[in-house]
Write a new protein. Structure first.
Lengths: 476, 359
C-alpha cells in the first residue's frame, strides 16, 4: 500500500470513528435521524473546529477542502512547473531528476533564424511550429467566434417565434464531447462523405443546367430583376435607405462583381476582384448604416455599375464547374482546408456557450433606451453602435478573454480530427506538450514543462494586452 | 392586400404589431441555416449508424438504411438477392450462381439448379429497409469478435467519475462559498484573490507538473486521479458565492439563537436555499466531467479497465479505422445520454448558464 493510501486510511478511521464517538457523546440521535447523523459526520471537522476555536474557526474549516485541492492541484503544479523545466531526464521521481539549468529553454531557442522554425533544433522546431500554428489559430479563431456569437445572440434576442428553441439548438453542440464531435465531422468530411457527395451533385446539376441553351440570358435577366428589386426596396424606405435590403443588394453586387471580375481586364485573377468587391460593399453598407446623406446616391451608382457588369458576364461559363473532384478535407496538404475545418468545427462546438453569455449581457440592457431611440427615429444600425455595442462591451470583453484562453488550449479537436497533420499544418502547442511528455519512449518532462512555461507567458501577455486595450470597458 | 397584411403580421398587440420585414426574413434565414449546420451532421451520423456494414463501407448516401435481402439456397447457404429486369420489362428475383461478368450466371431461388445467363446491366440489388441493430448490439454484447469495446465498463467509469466529481464539487464549493459569503474573518480577501487567480490559470499549462503531483499522491492511473484534481472549481465557488450573498443574514441569526451549530446552519438552511445555483453548477459540472478528454487521456490511457467512455471511444476509433459502422453506432451511444439530459433540461440549462455561469 502506498503512503497516500495509508494516510487516507488513517484519516478515514479517525474521521469516522472519532467523529462517531464525539457526536454520540454530545447529542442523541433517533433511528429516523440516521441521514442527519451521516451529514453531521461529514461535517465533523467543522463541528470540531467550532467547539475548539469558537465561531472564528469555522470559515477556515469550511474553506479547507477547497483550498487544499487548489493548493495541491493548481498552485503547487504552477510552481513545480518552473522547477521541472530546469531538470532533465525521464524520471518521475522529483528527487531523482538532475538539475540541468536552462538547457531545456536553450534547446527551444536554438535556432539559426528566428523567422523559420525549420532551422531550429528538433525540440525548437516542434515548439515554434506549434506556437506559430496556435497563434495563427487564435488570431483567426477568436474574432470569428466572437463575431458569430454576437451575431447569433443579437438575432436570438429579437422577438421571434420559438426563441427558446433557437437558443437551445445553438447551445446543443456545447454539450457534445470532443470525441463525438470529431467522429461526427470525420464522417461528414470523409473523402466519400456526405459533404463531397452533396457538393458533387450540386456542381454536376449546375454544370448540366449551364449547358442548356438560353441559360446565359435567363440568368442575366434573373440577376437583373433581383438587383433591381433589392435596390428599389432599399431606396423606397421612407427617409433613409433600409439596411437589410441594402445588405441583400450588397451580397448580389458582390457576386456579380466577382463573376464579372473587372480586375481581370488589367491582368489579375478572380480573387482580388472578390476582395475589392467586398471592400466596396462594406463601404456601401457603412454609408447606409450611418445614414450618410449620399447613401441613396451610392446605391443608385452601385446598381448602375452592377447592371453594366452583369452584361459582361458569361453565365454558362461561370456555372460550368466541369467534373467534380472530391476533396480530402482533413488530409490534403497545402490546401488550408484542414485548418479551415478546425476553425469551423471549433466555432461550431463552442459558439453556443459564448452566445449565452452575450445574450445575458444583451438582456441586461434596459429596454427604455431603445424606446427613447425609437422616439427620436434613430436608425437601427445607429442604435446598435450607440446603445447595444457600448453596453454589451463589458460582457464582450469577458467573452474575448475566455475564448482567447480557451482557443490557446485547443487540443482535443485537433488530436482527434487531424492529429496535427497533414504534415504539421495543424500541430498545436498543447499537442507539442502532450507528445513531448506523454507519448514518446523517453518522456521529456523537462522540455514539456519549459514549453508550458513559455506558453503560459504568451497567454498572460495576450490576456493582459487584451485587457489593457479594453480596460475602460472591462469588468474583470 | 388585407390577406397579405394578416399573413405577414408578427406577434404583439394590434398597435405594436409590425409586418414581417426584410430584417425578420434575414433573421429567420440565419437561424434556419445555423440549425441546419448544427443538426444535419448529427442526424446524418445517426442515420448512418443504423445502416448495415456493407452500406456504410460503400458510403451509401441514401437517407434510409437499405440492405440487400439474403435468402437461403439449398446446399449453398445464404445468397444475396438480385432483381433481373429483362428487355421486355418483366422482373425476376434471382441470385448469382457464378462470378460477376458481363454475362452473369444466375438462378432463381425457387429453382436453384436451373442456371441461366443474363447481362450484368439487367441486374439490380434487391433491397429492403432494415435497421442494422447489430452495429449497436455487437460491441455492447461482445458478439462477432467485438470484445475490445467494453461498453459497460466505460459507462460505469464515466458515470462514476461524473457523479463523484459532481458530488464532491458541489459539497466543497458550497462550503467555500458559504465561508466567503457569510463570515467576516482575517484573510477573506486573500482567499478570494487566490480563487480568482485559479480562474486565470489554464489547465493545459500545468499539465506536466500536475502529472508529477498526481503521481506522487499515488492516484495516477485510477479514477480518483481524474476526480480529485478537478473537484475544486473557481467558477463554482463564485457562482455559489454570488447566490449565497442574497440569502438574508437574519435567517442564520435566528438559527444561531436556537443553538444550531454552524455546520447544521450550512446544511439545513444555506444548502436548501441555494438550490437553484447548486443545480446550475451540477449541470455545468456534469457537462465538464462527462466530456473531459485530455486529462483522463493522460491519467487513464494505460489501463483499459479504467477508461471512461470518451477514452474508450477514442481508442476504439483508432484501432478499427475501417469499422465505421461500429464507430458510428458507439458515437451515437455516447451521444444519447447527454442529448437526453439536454432535451429534458434545455430551458433550465440555457437560462441558468445565461444568468450565472462563466466557464
Amino acid at each position: 500500500m502506498s503512503i497516500a493510501g495509508l494516510a487516507s486510511l488513517i484519516i478515514g478511521i479517525l474521521w469516522i470513528g472519532g467523529g462517531t464517538l464525539w457526536l454520540l457523546s454530545r447529542r442523541t440521535y433517533g433511528v429516523k435521524q440516521i441521514p442527519g447523523f451521516a451529514m453531521d459526520l461529514i461535517g465533523f471537522p467543522v463541528e470540531l473546529s467550532q467547539s475548539v476555536f469558537g465561531r472564528k474557526g469555522v470559515p477556515y474549516a469550511l474553506l479547507m477542502p477547497n483550498m487544499v485541492i487548489f493548493g495541491f492541484f493548481t498552485f503547487a503544479p504552477m510552481i513545480l512547473n518552473f522547477y521541472v523545466s530546469f531538470t532533465g531526464g525521464s524520471s518521475i521521481n522529483l528527487f531523482d531528476r538532475p538539475w540541468i539549468g536552462s538547457a531545456n529553454y536553450s534547446a527551444i531557442f536554438q535556432c539559426e533564424s528566428y523567422f523559420d522554425p525549420r532551422t531550429c533544433s528538433n525540440q525548437g522546431f516542434s515548439f515554434w511550429r506549434g506556437m506559430g500554428n496556435t497563434l495563427m489559430f487564435v488570431l483567426i479563431q477568436v474574432p470569428i467566434l466572437c463575431a458569430a456569437a454576437l451575431a447569433t445572440a443579437l438575432v436570438v434576442n429579437k422577438n421571434l417565434v420559438g426563441r427558446g428553441f433557437w437558443r437551445a439548438m445553438f447551445f446543443y453542440p456545447v454539450m457534445l464531447s470532443p470525441v463525438v464531435i470529431a467522429n461526427i465531422w470525420n464522417w461528414v468530411l470523409h473523402r466519400k462523405g456526405i459533404l463531397n457527395e452533396g457538393l458533387g451533385q450540386a456542381s454536376d446539376a449546375m454544370t448540366a443546367l449551364s449547358g442548356m441553351a438560353g441559360f446565359d440570358m435567363v440568368a442575366t435577366i434573373l440577376f437583373a430583376v433581383l438587383l433591381l428589386v433589392s435596390s428599389e426596396r432599399a431606396l423606397r424606405a421612407s427617409v433613409d435607405p433600409s439596411l437589410p435590403w441594402a445588405a441583400l443588394f450588397g451580397v448580389l453586387f458582390l457576386a456579380v462583381f466577382t463573376w464579372a471580375s473587372p480586375l481581370a481586364m488589367i491582368g489579375f485573377q478572380a480573387a482580388p476582384s472578390f476582395w475589392l468587391g467586398a471592400v466596396l460593399v462594406g463601404g456601401l453598407l457603412w454609408f447606409v448604416s450611418t445614414a450618410h446623406p449620399r447613401a441613396s446616391w451610392a446605391i443608385t451608382g452601385f446598381s448602375i455599375v452592377a447592371v453594366i457588369l452583369l452584361l459582361t458576364i458569361q453565365f454558362d461559363a461561370v456555372f460550368d464547374f466541369g467534373r467534380f473532384r472530391p476533396i480530402n478535407w482533413l488530409v490534403q496538404p497545402n490546401t488550408g482546408w484542414p485548418f479551415f475545418w478546425l476553425i469551423f468545427v471549433f466555432t461550431w462546438s463552442h459558439m453556443g456557450f459564448y452566445m449565452l453569455i452575450l445574450l445575458a449581457g444583451l438582456q441586461a440592457i434596459p429596454a427604455d433606451l431603445y424606446e427613447a431611440a425609437k422616439m427620436d427615429a434613430t436608425k437601427p444600425a445607429r442604435a446598435f453602435y450607440r446603445i447595444t455595442l457600448p453596453l454589451v462591451m463589458p460582457t464582450l470583453v469577458v467573452v474575448l478573454v475566455l475564448s482567447l484562453i480557451r482557443s490557446f488550449q485547443i487540443f482535443d479537436e485537433v488530436w482527434l480530427l487531424t492529429g496535427g497533420g497533414p504534415g504539421r499544418e495543424t500541430f498545436m502547442i498543447v499537442q507539442h506538450i502532450y507528445e513531448t511528455a506523454f507519448t514518446g519512449d523517453r518522456p521529456a518532462y523537462g522540455e514539456a514543462a519549459a514549453g508550458s512555461v513559455l506558453m503560459a507567458i504568451v497567454i498572460a501577455v495576450f490576456t493582459f494586452f487584451q485587457l489593457f486595450i479594453t480596460r475602460r470597458q472591462s469588468e474583470l | 392586400m388585407g390577406l397579405a397584411t394578416f399573413l405577414t403580421r408578427t406577434r404583439g398587440s394590434a398597435d405594436k404589431a409590425n409586418r414581417i420585414g426584410a430584417a425578420d426574413i434575414l433573421a429567420y434565414g440565419y437561424l434556419a441555416l445555423g440549425v441546419l449546420i448544427i443538426l444535419v451532421p448529427v442526424l446524418w451520423t445517426f442515420a448512418s449508424s443504423v445502416k448495415p456494414e456493407r452500406a456504410v463501407d460503400s458510403f451509401d448516401t441514401r437517407l434510409l438504411p437499405m440492405s440487400q435481402i439474403e435468402r437461403p439456397v439449398e446446399g449453398v447457404g445464404n445468397k444475396t438477392s438480385w432483381i433481373y429486369i429483362d428487355e421486355a420489362g418483366t422482373t425476376q428475383e434471382v441470385f448469382k450462381a457464378g462470378p460477376t461478368r458481363r454475362e452473369t450466371d444466375v438462378a432463381t431461388f425457387d429453382n436453384p439448379t436451373d442456371v441461366f445467363t443474363v447481362p450484368r446491366t439487367g441486374l439490380e440489388p434487391n433491397e429492403e429497409v432494415r435497421i442494422a441493430t447489430e452495429n449497436y448490439l455487437d460491441p455492447i454484447l461482445k458478439r462477432n469478435g467485438q470484445d475490445n469495446f467494453t461498453f459497460f465498463t466505460y459507462l460505469f467509469n464515466s458515470v462514476f467519475v461524473t457523479v463523484m466529481a459532481t458530488a464532491i464539487t458541489l459539497l466543497i464549493n458550497a462550503m467555500a462559498a458559504f465561508a466567503l459569503s457569510k463570515y467576516r474573518f482575517r484573510g477573506r480577501l486573500t482567499f478570494t484573490i487566490l480563487i480568482i487567480a485559479t480562474l486565470l490559470i489554464p489547465s493545459s499549462i500545468i499539465l506536466v507538473s500536475l502529472f508529477f503531483v498526481v503521481w506522487s499522491f499515488g492516484i495516477f492511473g485510477s479514477l480518483w486521479g481524474v476526480i480529485i484534481p478537478a473537484a475544486a472549481t473557481p467558477t463554482g465557488v463564485f457562482l455559489l458565492r454570488q447566490y449565497m450573498l442574497t440569502i438574508p443574514d437574519e435567517l442564520l441569526e435566528a438559527a444561531r439563537m436556537d443553538a444550531a451549530s454552524e455546520w447544521r446552519i450550512f446544511w439545513r438552511i444555506v444548502m436548501p436555499l441555494s438550490l437553484p445555483a447548486l443545480s446550475v453548477l451540477a449541470i455545468l459540472s456534469v457537462i465538464w466531467r462527462w466530456n473531459d478528454f485530455l486529462w483522463p487521456l493522460i491519467v487513464l490511457i494505460s489501463d483499459p479497465s479504467a477508461h471512461t467512455l470518451q477514452i474508450g471511444l477514442t481508442t476504439f476509433s483508432g484501432e478499427f479505422d475501417s469499422d465505421f459502422h461500429y464507430i458510428l453506432a458507439m458515437t451515437v451511444v455516447s451521444l444519447i445520454p447527454i442529448t437526453l439530459v439536454f432535451v429534458w433540461l434545455q430551458r433550465f440549462i440555457t437560462t441558468g448558464i445565461a444568468t450565472t455561469g462563466l466557464k
